[in-house]
Write a protein that binds this ligand. Sequence first.
Ligand code: FAD
Length: 823
Amino acid sequence: MSVILTLLAALIATGACAYHRSSLRTWAIATVIATVVVGLIAGAPWTTFILVVIELAIAVPLLMDGFRRKQISAPLLKIFAKVTPKLSETEQTALEAGTVGFEGELFSGKPDWHELLKQPKPELSVEEQAYLDGPVEELCGMIDDWQITHELADLPPDVWAFIKKHKFFGMIIPKQYGGLGFSALAHSAVLQKLATMSATVASTVAVPNSLGPAELLLHYGSDEQKNHYLPRLAIGEEIPCFALTGPYAGSDATSITDFGVVCKQVVDGVETLGMKLTFDKRYITLAPIATVVGLAFRLYDPEKLLGDKEDLGITLALLPRSTPGLEIGRRHFPLNVPFQNGPLHGKDVFVPMSVLIGGPHMAGHGWRMLVECLSVGRAISLPSNATGGVRAAVAATGAYARMRKQFGLSIARFEGVEEALARIGGLTYATAALSRATAAAVDRGEKPAVPSAIAKYHATEWGRTIAGDALDVHGGKGVQLGPKNYAGRAWQGVPIAITVEGANIMTRSLMIFGQGAIRCHPYVLKEMQALSIPDYGDRLKAFDRALFGHIGFGISNAVRSLTLGLTGSRIGDTAGDAYVRRYYRKLNRYSAALALCADVFMGVLGGKLKFKEKLSARLGDVLSYLYIASAMLKRYEDTGRPEADRPLLAWAFHECMWRIQTALDGAIRNFPVRPVSWLLRALVFPWGRREVPPSDRLGRRVAAIITAPGEARDRLTEWTYLTPTANNTIGRMNALLPDVIAAEPVERKFGKAQKAGQFKSHDYVGQLVEAMQAGVINTAEFELLKRVREGVFEFISVDDFDPSELRAAVTRADLKKKLADAA
Ligand SMILES: Cc1cc2nc3c(=O)[nH]c(=O)nc-3n(C[C@H](O)[C@H](O)[C@H](O)COP(=O)(O)OP(=O)(O)OC[C@H]3O[C@@H](n4cnc5c(N)ncnc54)[C@H](O)[C@@H]3O)c2cc1C
């Protein structure tokens, strides 16, 4: 017994030090003292002696810097240098671009919640709010999405003119160049509101404000280029596009085959240094109408006219549309969401060196320029458009499910429908918090490489889930396209968002964990960077520091994961009110589990992990859901901990925890080295898998929130265009919703009388009249039921067409004939 007590004392002291991340020195002192005190009191001198010898044998060599470096770190450095995959220049650039924000805390295994909560609450300025209530509201009032998507396959001229006049294309351009100079939050809010009316309009506005000529000019343009282009881009006098993708370069944008060759050519009688460009680009948004084309290509200088390098690398230029040889104007047709998108080509197109963004000295720096700017645009455009879409789905589906009756009841009352409504409400809460958090990160000056990938992936994937649920709840009404259908085009267009700016499969499998593990991990990047230090002594010192920090970090995470797992996340640092305190503790637990698994996976699999995408995707999921859950908790605090939002927060939080558990379980289960997998399972799930998905009862509360007006629903549908204008069915449905709800008890009275066979008339209004005459309902109730019946009829109606209306105005045969006649 005395031996066990002594061992236990040493173990508890070790565990407590590891849990709290004490230094090696503190651990040595604490463990020796605990062993000696308990050992002697318990009467186990020999055990005490042996344990103290072991403890000192571990601590002393490790505390002797010179010995430790030479005998331990030096051989490990050799092995590490051998097994670490050499990063290509492009991978290196991608890893170095961007900053690390709160996601770094989530990867630390011990997040500091006060860091999160002290971040300023993101808010719109008065001017930005006025823009949202003014021009954005007005533009929403002008949009007829059926006209855009079916009749014109383009925005009508008045919408184009309004967009340009009110500087929708200049949101990220500073005021000194005539732009709006908006915050990322305002930019996001504008896109969200437009997306609630039309994916085509939102995409059209998103692109010039995302990665493209304006963003690149702002960061790298020469003063002359900035002064020329930015004021013209701000007011839409120039329409930009940015062309990177081609047939052979999609997800792997570095593999572009488009090239330029530096040469001299006589232009207007003057010998001019320039390039001959050959390119074949596709999928380029706004290209068909662009007046200035941002072009990415690989530049070669075989005659060494610029310097002594022949292959200069990826280079970016701005070509005016009038450039001779630039073939542009044809369109692609992305899934009936007809924003301008098309190919462009050129062969041996000569342009002067002055077209390079930033001037000739920026030749070859294109990849760095792109990755440095990519995260900012990706953090805003697609997450915002997706968030607008899901907010509209809440407003539309919540109202529709309440007013659509089957079997004598609102379809919202059926549990099957309720399940879909709960997903719509809960996931919208999460999506909105996520996109707000990434916009706020941009406003804090971050270049959020990892959060932007998380936001892009999850906002669009949840957009896909919610669009599907919304369509299911609408039944035939969602499927029949026409001016009355507000859900079909959003559902059709979702795969576009899934594909662009880093297609989702790759974003999940390669980018989120791949970048997150190296960028956010407190030691991995330092270890890798140590390898490139030229002086051996400095290299060894840096490696030694990182390595032992890393080992302590790993031990601590194993202890934290096990302790928090054993206690069911009931202990540990926390923040927030009594309702959410347990949520923070759960996040502590899974943060430690992620950090532990990441270390073990990287340590055991090394460079092979890069190709084990199914494993890294799952660890990326864990990081994502930790980030999303943190964003929701921050939102809950920022909105003053509203009680009304708790069901939404709880549903979304439990969903995230359930998904984290599934991801961790899948990663551990499929880890190829079985004993390691067993050990991880014991440390991560000591009591097995205990998380459960959100309960049916919670789902009912969420469904109730989105099917009736209220403050939580208002927050969910923030930045949704709900003005009940003629072009806005969703707005008018929401305006009728209070009447629909007020009518429900009256309908029940009327229904009883109807079932009792009290009425002779077969017609609804006729029966209402009889009910009023019989005193079943009063005059005001008669008016209410009549008004609701008429209103609802409009919203459940669908379109029908003369067959000729559905035929394409120009068939292929017509076009062939036209072209032949012209020839
Ligand atoms: C409507 C639209 C607008 C666009 N606008 C522009 C624009 O303005 N400018 C521009 O330059 N480009 C634009 N793009 C291009 C867009 O960014 C690319 O389509 C995208 O990068 C994917 O390339 P891809 O379509 O060739 O797919 P591919 O690269 O062929 O990918 C096919 C599938 O394989 C997956 N995949 C590829 N590599 C990996 C990997 N290593 N691991 C796991 N999965 C992988 C992808 O996720 C995808 O699911 C646009 C595309 C579309 C459809």
